[in-house]
Design a protein around this ligand. Structure first.
Ligand code: SAH
Length: 342
């Protein structure tokens, strides 16, 4: 059966017309699902019982539920484990910032990118999330907290550019006036650098912010921690980023995890400055979150500050990412891993 909450409006309209129902029904259903977030046809008050019965024969709703919620005692961060129809588990994080409530969503169950420092990839890759499973992370957390999500970061488990078509449909629906109407400007999508998809995305000229997990600006060292670097080297990645900036006129965010003794010395900072020289970008310095699957540790606070100073002195802009919810399993992917090994 077709999942009604998984379809962009055009597709839903096609299906409704196939059922010999009036096209405007698609808009009504779409609003109930994506604006009012109902999860059954019975709740759709402006649809006749006869039509409801017909739709029930042809459509289903995606099953996804909150399994557990962990509340930080240090700040207002809430981490969720959600359970999918096939019993897979995903992780979603609610973060409260001055500029608004942010949700960090997952785009896949597990991840195949194999970055050595990342918990999300340690249990391998299972499958892509479908559109409704990404949307429902937002709908469920809004219902649970009673608060509106204004910003989305696609930085949970998974590589979003490997789930490209679903991500594009997700943007369409979440941005729609007939849905949550969240501006694409309030969405940041992070990738470890799937170069061909960066070109495709550039051509769409969306208003989202693209973030690149750079982490080290030396080819040999990057290959040691990010396997994707063996497929697309730093120079190919830079060309793609420059193309993206040219097409969209948007600043790219470069994420840089600071790992003690690996990528945090003066030469590393200068490599980064040279790599990004003249590019329209921001740098997001991320203190490394220790994970139990690895003995890598974060740079010290003083090294982080020194690193930041070097790059700002060289004319680049950098912010250090504040750590939220550190008492409830630091890095993304860890909750799920702990749950799976319980
Ligand atoms: N696959 C995408 C998005 C998911 S990861 C990507 O690679 O960008 C989101 C961000 O968290 C990435 O920058 C990733 O490198 C970073 N990250 C992963 N593990 C981390 C850890 N243990 N500490 C700090 N940041 C981490």
């Amino acid at each position: 059966m077709i999942k009604v909450d998984n379809l962009i409006l055009d597709k839903l309209q096609e299906k409704i017309i196939e059922l010999k129902e009036p096209a405007f029904r698609a808009k009504q259903i779409y609003e109930w699902v994506h604006k009012k977030n109902v999860t059954s046809f019975d709740e759709m008050k402006n649809i006749s019982n006869k039509s409801k019965e017909l739709y029930k024969e042809h459509f289903q709703f995606t099953k996804i539920n909150i399994l557990e919620r962990y509340d930080s005692k240090l700040d207002e961060t809430k981490k969720y484990l959600m359970v999918l129809e096939d019993e897979n588990i995903i992780e979603t994080v609610f973060l409260k910032y001055k500029y608004g409530n942010t949700l960090c969503i997952s785009s896949q169950v597990g991840c195949k990118m194999g970055c050595v420092f990342c918990a999300s990839t340690k249990k391998g890759f299972i499958r892509n999330l479908n559109v409704s499973e990404m949307l429902n992370q937002i709908y469920l957390v809004q219902k649970d907290t009673g608060e509106r999500i204004s910003n989305i970061v696609i930085m949970g488990t998974g590589e979003p550019l490997e789930n490209y078509n679903n991500i594009l449909d997700f943007f369409k629906i979440i941005n729609d006036e007939m849905g949550q109407n969240i501006s694409l400007r309030k969405i940041t999508m992070s990738t470890c650098g799937v170069v061909p998809k960066i070109y495709e995305l550039a051509d769409l000229d969306l208003q989202i912010t693209l973030a690149i997990s750079l982490h080290v600006a030396n080819q040999e060292k990057r290959e040691q921690v990010l396997p994707i670097a063996r497929k697309y080297n730093l120079s190919e990645l830079k060309d793609a980023c420059n193309y993206y900036i040219k097409k969209t006129n948007k600043r790219i965010t470069f994420e840089y995890i600071l790992i003690d003794g690996f990528n945090d010395n003066y030469q590393d900072a200068m490599n980064l400055c040279n790599y990004l020289d003249g590019m329209l970008c921001n740098i997001n310095l991320i203190p490394y979150n220790s994970i139990k699957e690895s003995d890598i540790s974060s740079s010290t606070e003083s090294n982080i500050n020194k690193f930041k100073q070097i790059i700002t002195q060289n004319g680049l802009t950098a912010t250090v990412r504040r750590e939220l919810g550190s008492d409830i399993n630091a890095a993304c992917g860890q909750l799920r891993n702990n749950f799976l090994t319980k």
